[in-house]
Design a protein around this ligand. Sequence first.
Ligand code: SAM
Length: 285
Amino acid sequence: MNLLRFSSFKKLLTLKFAQSLPVLQQTQIKAYHWQDKTENQKTSDASNKFTELDPEGWNERWKNRNIGFHKDHINVMLEKHVKRLVNKRENIKIFIPLCGKSLDMKWLADQGHTIVGVDCAEVAFKEFFEEHSLEHTVEPVENLSGKVYTSKDKKIMLYCCDFYKFSRDTAGQFNGIWDRGSLVAINRQDRQKYSTLMKSLMAPDCQYLVDTYDYNEELWPDTYDYNEELWPGPPHYVSAEQIQSLYGDTCDIEDVDTVDHMEEKHKKWGLDYINERLHVITLKK
Ligand SMILES: C[S@@+](CC[C@H](N)C(=O)[O-])C[C@H]1O[C@@H](n2cnc3c(N)ncnc32)[C@H](O)[C@@H]1O
């Protein structure tokens, strides 16, 4: 409650402060917040609030090395809760949507699991196989208008294509899904389409771990109407209620863990706090 009141107070101050500035200075503030954006990024027409990126825009980010989302360590939540993903099974088939060149893939493959990933940025796959010195093949996949990168031991298969072209006809269903930097990265208006596809990829025993962020409550669109200078994502805010509405029709959802995720860059985004949250999604019996 106190936090809520503080957030509203801060919002009011921000608004008053911005209104009192000459136009030039307001433009500079805006430029500061948008400094790591590329020209292919734009805000949503519907709300004029949130960044929208298409595969071309993401490829440009990779080209410009604007890839702050890539970490040189295994994700903390994954390391802590990998047992929930594996669920006492061996050599399971794990899906990593919007995988980039995440180290999590190699880490899970080294534990004996088979990894299938999808990303539109071929440079990510080239770097992944090179950085791990993995022998691999590259083949075209015509119906995806893309390619598949396969490690020699066939433990890692990475599809380079638009995610929404991928389906269970491509590589079947999965026993586990690790969704980090994926649901939070997609354009907000695509969430329903995304969750419908994800549910179709879940085998009956699938343990789907989804990692999301929540941050300053006043940045959440339902609760404020002034956001010109505030964080437009990605990552986008995904609430527990939103996960329920996207997956709750056919799935059970468990809120498993919340950890503080605040880094220096988040302060520059204008956030007071940012938490990383983990949910486990399973098909209803
Ligand atoms: C925030 S990054 C996360 C990468 C990875 N999951 C990680 O944790 O490092 C989002 C990734 O999604 C990819 N991407 C975004 N939209 C896509 C789409 N429509 N189809 C395929 N890949 C997409 C981008 O190229 C980018 O690598």
